[in-house]
Design a protein around this ligand. Structure first.
Ligand code: DAT
Ligand code: MG
Length: 143
């Protein structure tokens, strides 16, 4: 997900480009303003933490772009491409390392496990919004 700061700063195209260049397949994508109820559910694991309310306020503050990204090892690779949670600690070459400064404005979200990916996809997408198609370069990406 490109968070509201990424959308406001005009970074959606660059982030989508990184995903495409890696070879991963975007099988669903949409811009929404996340409703507060969805945001609470999305960040349920952080309920009770001191930054929880700021997080919900921020993620619902404007449009964000959600994607379902498919490919071998996509979940862990996307986390690596996103970089460490705190952009100040994120490696150069990562989205957060290259495009962010502070933890509360860290540009992107990525699911952290198959279970959370399944949960988050079901939260943000209807099954009919997830497309099944072949990309022409697949034969050159996988052995
Ligand atoms: P990640 O987004 O890398 O999965 P997380 O799940 O631990 O990180 O936290 C979710 C978001 O909450 C994170 O992207 C930014 C915010 N956040 C995390 N830790 C924070 C902290 N100590 N202070 C303020 N915001 C924080
Ligand atoms: Mg997380």
């Amino acid at each position: 997900m490109v968070k509201p700061d990424g959308v406001q700063r005009g970074l959606v195209g660059k982030i989508v480009q990184r995903i495409e260049e890696k070879g991963f397949k975007i099988v669903a994508m949409k811009m929404t303003r996340m409703p507060v109820e969805k945001a609470r559910e999305h960040y349920a694991e952080h309920v009770g933490k001191k930054f929880y309310q700021d997080l919900v306020d921020f993620i619902t503050s404007g449009p964000s772009v959600s994607m379902v990204v498919e490919g071998r090892g996509a979940i862990s690779a996307m986390r690596k491409m996103n970089g460490a949670t705190n952009p100040a600690e994120a490696a150069s070459g990562t989205i957060r390392g290259d495009m962010g400064i502070e933890t509360g404005r860290n540009v992107v979200h990525g699911s952290d496990s198959p279970a959370s990916a399944a949960r988050e996809i079901a939260l943000h997408f209807a099954e009919s919004e997830i497309l099944n198609y072949q990309r022409i370069d697949e034969a050159w990406l996988y052995e």
